[in-house]
Design a protein around this ligand. Structure first.
Ligand code: COA
Length: 337
């Protein structure tokens, strides 16, 4: 039986032009191409040039997604949701600026802060708004500019994160259409908030009236602990999203997980019982782009012609918070620009 649903109508990705190879990093810090490839799968990432902020990448990706959604799409966009852990500023949110620069008029615009799970959280926010009838089309963007928040003295984070943005246009449609979101699962556990953190810029720190320690201005991560939580939570959340969609795991054509580490994606495939050939990977080219990672991986795989209309996709993500989220959707008939 068909029901109101969010339907994927357009997609676009953008990474800044500057490529940073593992070799380049190994000239700057005590690391090597062999270590990075073996432990993470990453071969290169893109870093935004000085002066380029998250909104700049978001506008590029948003523009491409609007184009992919077809002529006239900007006219009926009713909401812009920007998922980011690296907003341009503390105040205001990044989304209103992005909406204005895309010429979308006086639309609803908000940021979603859910770390690397941000895109799935934003997708869920957009789906809810569409199903509730608050908007006919929503532009969802995951965008990050990590370079300024990477401690050059911390090789465990500096080699992992990359900059980029991925965007999707969702429209109000029905669950039987190709591209329809079939289910969502979201979760969090704040007891582990210190596992991935950037404490220096918030009200907790400011309330002490002490200048933040220089290290607190950079992202820090307990990689080993995060790894274990990531695999477990993405597997559990995937199972919930699949159950809500009424899909068996063997019916999933493509698993598009958060691109944090190739070994995490391998372990996830094993836990889910999914053949590795059905797992989409993009981390090799861009590193961990946090909230941008899933839409960038989708855009890359779509560009390679990997998806067919009505293929079944499982998106699953995990990030700082801790947060996690999954969504089941079918692939639409869309054209990327
Ligand atoms: N180059 C060379 N050596 C490095 C290194 C680097 N870039 N980073 C860490 N090492 C070293 C460590 O110092 C350690 O050395 P030691 O054994 O002498 O102490 C060794 O490599 C192993 O470090 P460890 O942290 O145990 O490595 P790991 O296999 O866990 O890989 C991560 C580290 C960060 C790649 C991995 O834990 C990971 O991907 N975690 C999940 C991250 C994630 O999902 N983030 C998403 C949420 S934002």
């Amino acid at each position: 039986m068909s029901a109101p649903a969010a339907v994927l109508a357009g997609l676009g990705g953008y990474v800044p032009p500057r490529t940073v190879t593992n070799e380049e990093l190994s000239r700057r810090m005590d690391t090597s191409d062999a270590w990075i490839v073996q432990r993470t799968g990453i071969r290169k990432r893109h870093w935004a040039d000085p002066g380029v902020a998250t909104s700049d990448l978001a506008v590029e990706a948003g523009h491409r997604a609007l184009k992919s959604a077809g002529a006239g799409a900007p006219d009926d966009i009713g909401m812009v949701v920007v998922a980011t852990a690296t907003p341009d500023q503390q105040i205001p949110a990044t989304a209103p600026d992005v909406a204005a620069r895309l010429g979308l008029g006086p639309v609803a615009a908000l940021d979603v802060a859910a770390g690397c799970s941000g895109f799935v959280y934003a997708l869920a926010t957009a789906s809810a708004a569409l199903v509730a009838g608050y908007a006919e089309r929503v532009l969802v963007i995951g965008a990050e500019t990590f370079r300024p928040f990477l401690n050059p003295a911390d090789r465990s984070t500096a080699v992992i994160f990359g900059d980029g943005a991925g965007a999707a246009v969702l429209r109000r449609g029905t669950s039987d259409e190709a591209g329809a979101v079939q289910s969502v699962d979201l979760g969090s556990d704040g007891a582990f908030k210190d596992l991935v953190a950037l404490p220096g810029n918030g009200s907790r720190h400011r309330s002490t009236d002490r200048a933040p320690h220089p290290d607190d201005q950079y992202i820090r991560m307990d990689g080993k602990e995060v790894f274990v939580h990531a695999v477990r939570r993405m597997a559990q959340s995937s199972a919930v999203a699949l159950a809500r969609a009424g899909w068996r795991v063997d019916q999933v054509d493509h698993v598009v997980g958060h691109q944090a580490n190739l070994r995490i994606l391998d372990a996830l495939a094993r836990q889910l019982g999914v053949d590795r050939s059905r797992v989409v990977t993009h981390i090799e080219q861009v590193g961990n782009t946090s909230a941008a990672s899933i839409p960038l991986a989708l855009a890359d795989a779509a560009d390679q012609g990997r998806f067919q209309p009505r293929d079944r996709l499982l998106l699953t993500s995990f990030g700082a918070g801790l947060t996690w989220g999954s969504a089941a959707l079918t692939w639409p008939e869309i054209t990327l620009t």
